[in-house]
Design a protein around this ligand. Structure first.
Ligand code: NAG
Ligand code: NAG
Length: 318
């Protein structure tokens, strides 16, 4: 039986014997669960895969082979690390923005002048800003953003978005699940709220990353290819037999199964397509991020290098 080592709270230990894939991702969110599931159930190299807490930035540590993170963090880190590669899509999530009807909100345009919860510098902020700009022509000065925390399971603490919405400290918020679903519940259900989403304007593309050096090393590459195959098997289960994984996923990230079931359909489990459409999407987001971070946007050629389709292709040939 394969053992999955969770060493999130222990600092990285370097060892000459160190083998196995090390994967950095935030273990609090639903998005990472295929990584845990694949490592436990399907990874067949004579090896283990262990998860450590983190994300794309941990790839700077040479002992880390893979990372899971939203495309936003991928792009932000690619600025300083041109050797980082996006090698697969784990899940695409249509983020949602929930607004309080009692605050006079019926359309996106009604968010003008309102207080909107989100987390600065994350995919959630990109979502909120893009949705309001594209859907209602609102610029950043037309509304106020308020930082808060994500709640994954009730009862939601006072500093989390669902509680802030209930307490009228904010009029709306946009972030990843299950917080939005809990926000709807905090106000008393669907007839008390308006929910906005638009996958073509913004969806999180939670992806798998590695580095050019890791992919050039034959042994590491082989293990990564094996792991991608294990992920492929996982997506099949997540897509087609969700009843068999709700309990595991819920336990892994500490959410309640009925709430998880309600947000499941907003998660499109991999592998996704690493094609021109993805590059177009990344290019649009990068133009936004470049403005915010006051830097040059990536060239098309740089984005095409960032997305490396070869690992997935190799895995599918096996
Ligand atoms: C989603 O956004 C696109 C691009 O702005 C727009 O064409 C489309 O009508 C929107 N869909 C909905 C349901 O609002
Ligand atoms: C990947 O999964 C699909 C089904 O989702 C299957 O048809 C395909 O054979 C799998 N490929 C590999 C290499 O596991």
């Amino acid at each position: 039986m394969r053992i999955l080592h969770f060493i999130s709270l222990v600092p990285t230990v370097f060892s000459l014997q160190a083998r196995g894939l090390k994967i950095a991702c935030s273990q609090q969110w639903i998005e990472h669960t295929p990584l845990a599931y694949a490592a436990t159930n399907f990874y067949k190299a004579d090896d283990t895969a262990s998860l450590i807490s983190g994300g794309v930035p941990n790839l700077a540590d040479r002992s880390v082979d893979l990372a899971g993170n939203a495309e936003t963090q991928g792009l932000k880190n690619y600025v300083q690390h041109k050797n980082y590669r996006l090698i697969g899509i784990i899940v695409e999530v249509t983020y949602r923005l929930v607004a309080n009807k009692a605050a006079g909100i019926a359309t996106l345009a009604d968010l003008r002048g309102k207080r909107i919860g989100t987390i600065a510098g994350t995919s959630a902020e990109v979502f909120v800003r893009q949705l309001l700009a594209t859907g209602a022509g609102l610029s950043q000065t037309d509304y106020t953003t308020v930082n808060g925390n994500v709640c994954m399971r009730e009862p939601c603490a006072a500093n989390t978005f669902p509680a802030q919405l209930r307490d009228r400290k904010i009029d709306a918020f946009g972030v990843w699940e299950t917080a939005v679903e809990l926000g709807i519940r905090a106000l008393g259900g669907e007839d008390k709220v308006v929910v906005f989403k638009n996958a073509s304007v913004y969806r999180e593309v939670y992806s798998l990353y590695s580095t050019e050096e890791k992919l050039r090393d034959a042994g590491t590459r082989q293990r990564i290819v094996q792991f991608v195959r294990a992920l492929n098997q996982t997506y099949e289960v997540f897509r087609n037999s969700p009843d068999s994984v709700y309990t595991t996923v819920a336990q892994t990230v500490g959410v309640d199964v009925p709430v998880l079931k309600r947000v499941w359909a907003d998660h499109i489990w991999g592998p996704g397509r690493l094609d021109k459409e993805l590059i177009d999407y990344l290019e649009r987001e990068d133009q936004y991020l470049a403005r915010v971070d006051r830097r040059q946007p990536f060239s098309r050629a740089e984005l095409e290098r960032f997305v490396d389709t070869s690992v997935y292709e190799e895995a599918m040939q096996g």
